[in-house]
Design a protein around this ligand. Structure first.
Ligand code: XUL
Ligand code: CO
Length: 441
């Protein structure tokens, strides 16, 4: 048998060597086999590689073309190149020890002259992906459709003023759902691409939002029809590419889903850089989704504090990730979701090896944050502090407030006849920040 080509020669599967190692191509904190509560770290964290950044990203920016040239990008037949690229991808997923991957339909297969030809291209590449998944054991965390790159979608897909474009997008998502099912995808993501607007001078906001809801209802119906049981996820982002994205943040997403009766069918895929673009912390978005039982999955990345756009960098900020992990663990984990590295190399990081450094850094930071968060939870000091802060609601009139068993008249009488003036209590933020620092260092 022909030995398969090595696309990353000289790089062996990454091993865990512990915090003391000085090997830059080893994990210091992520030991996939380490067990916690009867499950391995690999099973807890469910890391995923984002195909679009790591295998379609070229480093292009508005000021210049791509800088990254991969050795496997050879030949004139786009379908043949797509298949070899996929082999490089699966070699990478295996070597970086990622149990999952994620893709957009158009990342993996080229568009043809007609939708039928495009779908045929996709089928051929999906058959190859299925074989590679089987051979390597790497699974699909989620699939999605690219409804934003092609010029036909310049004014949106489901929110396009032209019903013809809506119909085209529906056909595309129909196919994307079918291939996600074919590949055993555990979730399906709707990120709002160009579902938003630039100016209200040309936009009927009310109709566009209703169209988006109609589109999502059709997706729910079709998933049911074909037997796709994966979790549907909305990925909020406040701006970019449009000035006003409809899925601004988790809170506006919840309101949208509830307004249109979709809340039972969706959870959220929360991306760190999207949270901060919306003026929130990563942890805020996680808590907001978890509070209504809609925490689904994470797009793991980070922005740059000094830049106002979606820089999609790998996140190595253990403090930020520890806080996020605390909220995720408190919520009972991500279920069918995982941590997908929706992050890209800097334009100047042009070596294939840089893909390894980037993911090792991200995986180690999440693994360390997971362990620290577990220690914080086991220790209990932080949760005891918070519980104690709300203790007045655990009994008496406080409990009546929570259970809606009292009202303004009773509370007024209580304050005037018995309680009098409340005694302020310190919220102790600095004490708590120091407590957190104790776990981190
Ligand atoms: C864009 C973004 C997307 C989604 C999938 O900012 O995050 O890559 O994750 O469409
Ligand atoms: Co994303």
């Amino acid at each position: 048998m022909k030995k398969p080509t090595q696309h990353f020669p000289g790089i062996a599967p990454i091993r865990f060597e512990g915090p003391g190692t000085d090997n830059p191509l080893a994990f210091r904190h992520y030991d996939p086999a380490e067990r916690f509560d009867g499950r391995t770290l690999e099973e807890h964290l469910r890391f995923s590689v984002a195909y679009w950044h790591s295998f379609r990203g070229t480093g292009g920016d508005p000021f210049g073309p791509g800088t990254i040239q991969r050795p496997w990008e050879q030949g004139r037949d786009p379908l043949a190149v797509a298949k070899v690229r996929l082999e490089a991808g699966f070699e990478f997923f295996q070597k970086i020890r990622s149990p999952f991957w994620c893709f957009h339909d158009r990342d993996i297969a080229p568009e043809g002259a007609t939708l039928a030809e495009t779908n045929r291209n996709l089928d051929k590449v999906v058959a190859h992906a299925k074989a590679l998944q089987k051979a390597t054991g790497v699974k699909l965390l989620w699939g999605t459709a690219n409804l934003f790159s092609h010029p036909r979608y310049m004014c949106g897909a489901a929110t396009n003023p032209d019903a013809h474009v809506f119909a085209y997008a529906a056909a595309q998502v129909k196919k994307a759902l079918e291939v996600t099912l074919e590949l055993g995808g555990q979730n399906y993501v709707f990120w709002g691409g160009r579902e938003g607007y630039e100016t209200l001078l040309n936009t009927d906001l009310k109709r566009e939002q209703a169209h988006l809801a109609a589109f999502l209802h059709m997706a729910v119906d079709y998933a049911k029809e074909i037997g796709f049981k994966g979790q549907f996820l909305i990925e909020p982002k406040p701006k970019e590419p449009t000035k006003h994205q409809y899925d601004f943040d988790v809170a506006s997403g919840i309101a949208f889903l509830r307004t249109f009766g979709l809340e039972k069918h969706f959870k959220f895929n929360i991306e760190t850089n999207h949270a901060t673009l919306a003026g929130h912390t990563f942890q805020h978005e996680i808590e907001t989704a978890a509070a209504v039982g809609m925490l689904g999955s994470i797009d793991a990345n980070t922005g740059d504090l000094l830049l106002g756009w979606d820089t999609d960098q790998f996140n190595t900020d253990v403090r930020e990730l520890t806080l996020a992990m605390l909220s995720i663990l408190k919520a009972g984990g991500l279920g069918t979701g995982g941590f997908n590295f929706d992050a890209k190399l800097r334009r100047t990081s042009i070596d294939p090896e840089d893909l390894f450094h980037a993911h090792i850094g991200g995986m180690d930071a999440y693994a360390l944050a997971f362990k620290i968060a577990r220690r914080i939870i086991a220790d209990g000091q932080l949760s005891l502090f918070v519980a104690d802060r709300y203790a007045s609601y655990d009994s008496g009139f406080g409990r009546d407030i929570e259970r809606r068993k009292t009202g303004f008249r009773q509370l007024d009488a209580l304050v005037q006849k018995k309680l009098g003036e409340p005694k302020p209590r310190s919220a102790k933020q600095e004490y708590l920040e120091n407590l957190l620092a104790r776990y981190l260092h």
